[in-house]
Design a protein around this ligand. Structure first.
Ligand SMILES: Cc1cc2nc3c(=O)[nH]c(=O)nc-3n(C[C@H](O)[C@H](O)[C@H](O)COP(=O)(O)OP(=O)(O)OC[C@H]3O[C@@H](n4cnc5c(N)ncnc54)[C@H](O)[C@@H]3O)c2cc1C
Length: 253
């Protein structure tokens, strides 16, 4: 059941030149119940006083409620001229914003009996998958599920949480992490230079994994064009629509 609550900013770090990782705590001392993959909304006003809101996936690595005092984390992509962008950029440590949630059904299901999850995201569309890591770890341990994370970014410096996903992949043989760079590849020998790096759009690499209705449940999150393109590829491969779960980052104006 979504509720309204105040979020106090306690931390900010840049994940990429135009993407901020923001840490808040609930200022009313209550826990925030959520299922990884869900999002919150922030409520604010335009300069003319009109009320508006924007949605942000929870990035917090957790498998249930975020306790009082624990960080409520989101990754915000700053867009030129964006109303929420201006609001977030103007926030100082200790400032409070009005939020509500959790919302959404872009979540792993306890009834899932698939052999593999194909997780596909672009930009901040990777944050739900960060949040899901403990549940994915559990699914890998308990039912031997395999996980492939295809993450689309333009350049290596835009690979959000790349070090975390790479470390998780190295610790879990059933988890593969494939960054797909559309514009610029990592420099040879650099930290991001890896056999699993691909050059191009994520939708071009789905075939490599031979998606199948018998084995796969796919998650698509982020840029709406990417979501649509991957959806078409997966449907052509015969995945039934209920096995293709989607979250499009469209503006909620
Ligand atoms: C379910 C859901 C979850 C979402 N989760 C996240 C999240 O975790 N992180 C996140 O950053 N965003 C997320 N979004 C998008 C977010 O809600 C806002 O739309 C986004 O932050 C832009 O808001 P803004 O007010 O700054 O820009 P707006 O004032 O809405 O737009 C300003 C201008 O920027 C353009 N624009 C808007 N978004 C983009 C973009 N991504 N790239 C380029 N141009 C753009 C608009 O077309 C407009 O011209 C999510 C959206 C949905 C529906």
């Amino acid at each position: 059941m979504p509720v309204h609550f105040p979020l106090k900013l306690v931390g900010r770090r840049m994940l990429a030149p135009t993407v901020a990782h923001l840490s808040f705590v609930r200022d009313d001392g209550q826990p925030l119940d959520f299922v990884p993959g869900q999002f919150v909304q922030v409520h604010f006003t335009y300069a003319d006083g009109t009320a508006t809101r924007r949605s942000y996936s929870l990035a917090t690595i957790h498998d249930h409620a975020i306790g009082p005092g624990e960080a409520v984390e989101i990754a915000v992509s700053y867009v030129p001229g964006g109303a929420a962008t201006a609001m977030f950029e103007g926030l100082d440590q200790g400032d409070c914003i009005d939020a509500s949630g959790p919302y959404g059904r872009f979540c792993l299901m306890p009834t899932d009996a698939n052999r593999r999850y194909l997780l596909i995201g672009t930009g901040t569309g990777v944050t739900p998958y960060r949040s899901m890591l403990p549940l994915l770890e559990k699914a890998m341990a308990e039912r031997g599920v395999e996980v492939v994370l295809l993450f689309g970014a333009r350049t290596p410096e835009e690979l959000l949480y790349g070090d975390e996903f790479r470390a998780f992949a190295e610790a879990h043989p059933n988890f593969r992490f494939l960054p797909c760079f559309s514009r610029e590849m990592p420099a040879p020998g650099s930290a991001q230079d890896h056999a699993d790096v691909r050059h191009g759009y994520v939708q071009n690499f789905l075939e490599e994994f031979a998606p199948s209705a018998d084995t796969d449940i796919a998650y698509l999150c982020g840029n709406p064009n990417m979501v649509d393109a991957c959806f078409e590829v997966l449907k052509e491969r015969g995945l039934p629509v209920p096995q293709i779960r989607r979250e499009k980052y469209v503006s909620s104006k």
